[in-house]
Design a protein around this ligand. Sequence first.
Ligand code: TMP
Ligand code: ASP
Length: 234
Amino acid sequence: MKKLEMLYEGKAKKVYKTENEKQYIVEYKDDATAFNGEKKGAIIDKGVVNNTMSSIIFQLLEDKGIPTHMIKLLSDRESLVKAVKILPLEVIIRNVAAGSMSKRLGVEEGTILKETVLEFSYKNDELGDPIINDYYIFALELGTKEQVNTVKDYAFRINDILKDFFIQKGLKLIDFKLEFGLYDGQVILADEISPDTCRLWDVKTNRKMDKDRFRRDLGSVEETYQEVLNRVKQ
Ligand code: TMP
Ligand code: ASP
């Protein structure tokens, strides 16, 4: 499958058309940004880690009955995916307080939440992906009731599958972000699942094993991405 015209370049990936109008090629870059693009840098071979890890996790989710955009891995930085129309929503699941939740609500990082939190934000870089809820989604027609119900059901099921998966790799799944798209009118999981989009803490030491090492200048960024990939592959 050949890459044709580039459709879109995001902060971490490029998306290309292919000869098949129902399939795109995603190419993962090493570029890294944080705080809505304010902090910029690169993480060597992040593109390889995120592409490989996403393909492994999407396969696991497909095996467990969650439809995803993944068709197949094409190379170390490229995957062939279904051409979806992305819903303009970021879906965040939180098991443990961290990041923006800790900051916004004054809850100490590491506090185990009594109930899993599902949070929506409006996917809009200019506005800094503001937090919204179901009422805003329906009022602004960002998704239908049926689509939102499906998204919530998949997001909680994905959380159960991934918590189990990562614990076997010695990693606690603190929180993560998902994006969904429409394909033949159906909601399917899209985007990526990687150390860029998940918070993962080592189960024994609580060491941060994700993009927070870059966001917060914690050091050993590349080594940590490789370590996560190695554990996921085992
Ligand atoms: P937050 O605590 O900064 O809101 O992040 C929650 C989770 O979402 C965390 O696992 C990182 C992920 N995330 C993204 O994938 N993309 C983003 O742009 C942001 C802000 C967070
Ligand atoms: N990817 C996001 C950005 O640049 C933020 C993040 O992952 O922290 O803006």
